[in-house]
Unconditional design. Structure first.
Length: 133
Protein backbone atom coordinates (compact mmCIF):
# COMPACT_ATOMS: atom_id res chain seq x y z
CA UNK A 1 0.00 0.00 0.00
CA UNK A 2 1.32 3.44 -0.92
CA UNK A 3 1.41 5.97 1.92
CA UNK A 4 -0.78 9.06 1.55
CA UNK A 5 0.57 11.82 -0.65
CA UNK A 6 2.00 14.94 0.97
CA UNK A 7 1.98 17.73 -1.64
CA UNK A 8 2.74 15.09 -4.26
CA UNK A 9 5.39 13.43 -2.09
CA UNK A 10 5.55 10.16 -0.17
CA UNK A 11 6.48 10.40 3.50
CA UNK A 12 10.16 9.68 2.72
CA UNK A 13 10.20 12.27 -0.08
CA UNK A 14 8.45 14.81 2.16
CA UNK A 15 11.14 14.18 4.79
CA UNK A 16 13.76 15.23 2.20
CA UNK A 17 11.88 18.51 1.63
CA UNK A 18 11.86 19.11 5.40
CA UNK A 19 15.59 18.38 5.67
CA UNK A 20 16.34 20.66 2.71
CA UNK A 21 14.50 23.49 4.46
CA UNK A 22 16.41 22.89 7.70
CA UNK A 23 19.71 23.19 5.80
CA UNK A 24 18.47 26.28 3.95
CA UNK A 25 17.40 27.95 7.20
CA UNK A 26 20.86 27.38 8.70
CA UNK A 27 22.39 29.00 5.60
CA UNK A 28 20.05 32.01 5.73
CA UNK A 29 17.87 30.97 2.77
CA UNK A 30 14.11 30.96 2.71
CA UNK A 31 12.31 27.62 2.52
CA UNK A 32 11.40 25.86 -0.71
CA UNK A 33 7.76 24.92 -1.24
CA UNK A 34 6.90 21.34 -2.15
CA UNK A 35 5.76 21.37 -5.77
CA UNK A 36 3.57 18.48 -7.02
CA UNK A 37 4.47 18.89 -10.75
CA UNK A 38 8.19 18.93 -9.88
CA UNK A 39 7.63 15.92 -7.61
CA UNK A 40 6.01 14.07 -10.53
CA UNK A 41 8.95 14.98 -12.79
CA UNK A 42 11.48 13.84 -10.17
CA UNK A 43 9.61 10.64 -9.44
CA UNK A 44 9.33 9.75 -13.11
CA UNK A 45 13.07 10.29 -13.57
CA UNK A 46 14.01 8.16 -10.55
CA UNK A 47 11.79 5.37 -11.89
CA UNK A 48 13.26 5.77 -15.39
CA UNK A 49 16.81 5.43 -14.05
CA UNK A 50 15.80 2.21 -12.28
CA UNK A 51 13.82 0.78 -15.19
CA UNK A 52 16.42 1.53 -17.87
CA UNK A 53 19.40 0.84 -15.58
CA UNK A 54 21.31 4.11 -15.92
CA UNK A 55 22.47 6.79 -13.52
CA UNK A 56 23.08 10.31 -14.78
CA UNK A 57 21.38 13.62 -15.36
CA UNK A 58 21.01 12.94 -19.09
CA UNK A 59 18.85 9.94 -19.95
CA UNK A 60 19.91 7.32 -22.52
CA UNK A 61 18.03 9.28 -25.19
CA UNK A 62 20.19 12.35 -24.52
CA UNK A 63 17.46 14.34 -22.75
CA UNK A 64 18.68 16.78 -20.08
CA UNK A 65 16.68 17.70 -16.98
CA UNK A 66 15.52 20.84 -18.82
CA UNK A 67 14.42 18.76 -21.83
CA UNK A 68 12.38 16.49 -19.54
CA UNK A 69 10.84 19.49 -17.76
CA UNK A 70 9.86 21.10 -21.07
CA UNK A 71 8.29 17.84 -22.29
CA UNK A 72 6.26 17.78 -19.05
CA UNK A 73 5.11 21.36 -19.66
CA UNK A 74 7.19 22.80 -16.81
CA UNK A 75 9.13 26.03 -17.08
CA UNK A 76 11.63 27.42 -14.60
CA UNK A 77 13.63 24.33 -13.68
CA UNK A 78 16.65 25.57 -11.76
CA UNK A 79 18.69 22.48 -10.93
CA UNK A 80 18.63 18.76 -10.32
CA UNK A 81 20.27 16.49 -7.78
CA UNK A 82 20.35 12.71 -8.15
CA UNK A 83 21.58 9.93 -5.88
CA UNK A 84 21.45 6.16 -5.76
CA UNK A 85 21.66 3.65 -2.94
CA UNK A 86 20.86 5.75 0.14
CA UNK A 87 18.16 3.98 2.13
CA UNK A 88 16.31 6.94 3.60
CA UNK A 89 15.92 10.72 3.63
CA UNK A 90 18.66 11.28 6.24
CA UNK A 91 21.20 9.22 4.30
CA UNK A 92 20.52 10.86 0.95
CA UNK A 93 20.64 14.34 2.45
CA UNK A 94 24.00 13.58 4.10
CA UNK A 95 25.34 12.41 0.74
CA UNK A 96 24.09 15.51 -1.06
CA UNK A 97 25.36 17.89 1.62
CA UNK A 98 28.82 16.25 1.38
CA UNK A 99 28.94 16.93 -2.38
CA UNK A 100 29.77 20.55 -3.29
CA UNK A 101 27.60 20.68 -6.43
CA UNK A 102 24.57 19.07 -4.80
CA UNK A 103 24.96 21.23 -1.70
CA UNK A 104 25.09 24.34 -3.90
CA UNK A 105 21.68 23.44 -5.36
CA UNK A 106 20.18 22.79 -1.93
CA UNK A 107 21.52 26.10 -0.62
CA UNK A 108 20.71 28.20 -3.70
CA UNK A 109 18.53 30.91 -2.16
CA UNK A 110 17.04 31.72 -5.58
CA UNK A 111 15.26 28.36 -5.73
CA UNK A 112 11.72 28.57 -4.36
CA UNK A 113 10.15 25.18 -5.19
CA UNK A 114 11.24 21.56 -4.91
CA UNK A 115 10.03 18.20 -6.10
CA UNK A 116 11.56 15.00 -4.73
CA UNK A 117 11.18 11.59 -6.32
CA UNK A 118 12.37 8.34 -4.77
CA UNK A 119 12.05 4.96 -6.44
CA UNK A 120 12.65 1.97 -4.18
CA UNK A 121 13.63 -1.23 -5.99
CA UNK A 122 16.49 -3.73 -6.16
CA UNK A 123 19.73 -1.90 -6.95
CA UNK A 124 18.47 1.39 -5.54
CA UNK A 125 16.81 3.37 -4.24
CA UNK A 126 17.10 6.14 -6.80
CA UNK A 127 16.55 9.75 -5.69
CA UNK A 128 15.92 12.90 -7.69
CA UNK A 129 15.49 16.48 -6.50
CA UNK A 130 14.20 18.99 -9.05
CA UNK A 131 14.45 22.63 -7.94
CA UNK A 132 12.46 25.49 -9.43
CA UNK A 133 12.46 29.27 -9.26
Amino acid sequence: MTPPSLDGHSAEEAAVVTLVNLERAQAGCGPVRADPPLAALAGAFSKDMATRDFFGHDDPDGNTPWDRAAKAGLAGLGGENIARGQGDADAVMKAWMNSPGHKANILNCEFRTLGVGAHFAAGGPWWTQDFGF
